[in-house]
Design a protein around this ligand. Structure first.
Ligand SMILES: CC(C)=CCC/C(C)=C/CC/C(C)=C/CC/C(C)=C/[C@@H]1[C@@H](COP(=O)(O)OP(=O)(O)O)[C@]1(C)CC/C=C(\C)CC/C=C(\C)CCC=C(C)C
Ligand SMILES: Nc1ncnc2c1ncn2[C@@H]1O[C@H](COP(=O)(O)OP(=O)(O)OP(=O)(O)O)[C@@H](O)[C@H]1O
Ligand SMILES: [Mn+2]
Length: 288
């Protein structure tokens, strides 16, 4: 089951990229999965900050061309071929450290930082591999910004989908000040009742996640043509989870928002059509 969804995800995420880029994204994906599994996987209870320090020195070793195992070697090969920076990788490990010691977020600033560490970093790792279209007139900074926004949007969506599941583990990723403003408390979340207060709170959280998806959209067209399809597919598929939360009448306590196979399949041709649109050729006043 895990393997099948893993394969399916990998196909969704890398379809149609050049083989060399596909292998590089695969290596990054595997490293991210393994990093996440350290704190989220079956042996999570054994993971201490020291274990994360060791994981970080392995990372530094592979960046220096001294991989520890075969999967590290795949990433070592990637960083030798593409101009990937080590910082977002270190930051992702920092996010896992944060997850170990923190289970509440005071406000959106704190939550944003967490989302950057665990997901915004993925965008920054991927752009140097996917490449910016040679004809793009956008600034490199604006493309990285969009990539960052896609990671944040995905993580916010993941948090909104998993409210009930996370509460069972004693975790509440929603901003405490915004909960209080909506007249909600941790107890309401543990009780898991869908009330009008909850619906209206969720509406504003979903709106914010959509704003990050909109921000991300602006960057996808600037990517090299072969990379656009998988990124569009991933964006459209993940954003649909928000629609499903609405369709479930905001019950993210006991129902997992789930995108149907049919809707997933439908997203692929839409993604493909969008991927045909590349950078606009009209000179960009921002850059000029
Ligand atoms: C083509 C493409 C999308 C490539 C990215 C592939 C890649 C390297 C993915 C790594 C993802 C990963 C395993 C991260 C570890 C931390 C984590 C679990 C983050 C959560 C992902 C959702 O995973 P899932 O639904 O499986 O979560 P759980 O099973 O519940 O744990 C995240 C929510 C975030 C992942 C972030 C991205 C996929 C951001 C991708 C951004 C880009 C590729 C940038 C695109 C460029 C522009 C200009 C828009
Ligand atoms: N139909 C779907 N709609 C939306 N997301 C999906 C769907 N199928 C799989 N996913 C995504 O794939 C992830 C992993 O799927 P899997 O079946 O392994 O769930 P899981 O074991 O509950 O994941 P985890 O424990 O890592 O949160 C899910 O967390 C979800 O993000
Ligand atoms: Mn999860």
């Amino acid at each position: 089951m895990k393997l099948i969804t893993g394969v399916e995800k990998y196909v969704q995420r890398t379809l149609l990229m050049t083989p060399e880029r596909q292998r590089a994204i695969w290596a990054i994906y595997v490293w991210c999965r393994r990093t996440d599994e350290l704190v989220d996987g079956p042996n999570a209870s054994q993971i201490t900050p020291t274990a994360l320090d060791r994981w970080q020195s392995r990372l530094e070793d592979l960046f220096a061309g001294r991989p520890f195992d075969m999967l590290d070697a795949a990433l070592a090969d990637t960083v030798a071929k593409f101009p990937v920076d080590i910082q977002p990788f270190k930051d992702m490990i920092e996010g896992m450290r944060m997850d170990l010691k923190k289970s509440r977020y005071k406000n959106f600033d704190e939550l944003y930082l967490y989302c950057y560490y665990v997901a915004g970093t993925v965008g920054l790792m991927s752009v140097p591999v996917m490449g910016i279209a040679p004809e793009s007139q956008a600034t490199t900074e604006s493309v990285y910004n969009a990539a960052l926004a896609l990671g944040i949007a995905n993580q916010l969506t993941n948090i909104l989908r998993d409210v009930g599941e996370d509460a069972k583990r004693g975790r509440i990723y929603l901003p405490q000040d915004e909960l209080a403003q909506a007249g909600l408390s941790d107890e309401d979340i543990f009780a898991g009742k869908v009330t009008d207060k909850w619906r209206s709170f969720m509406k504003s959280q979903i709106l914010r996640a959509r704003i990050f998806f909109d921000e991300a959209e602006k960057g996808v067209t600037e990517l090299s043509s072969a990379s656009r399809w998988p990124v569009w597919a991933s964006l459209l598929l993940y954003r649909q989870i928000l629609d499903e939360i609405e369709a479930n009448d905001y019950n993210n306590f006991t129902k997992r928002a789930y995108v149907s196979k049919a809707n997933k399949l439908l997203a692929l041709p839409v993604a493909y059509t969008r991927s045909l649109i590349g950078p606009s050729r009209i000179s960009n006043p921002v850059k000029a």
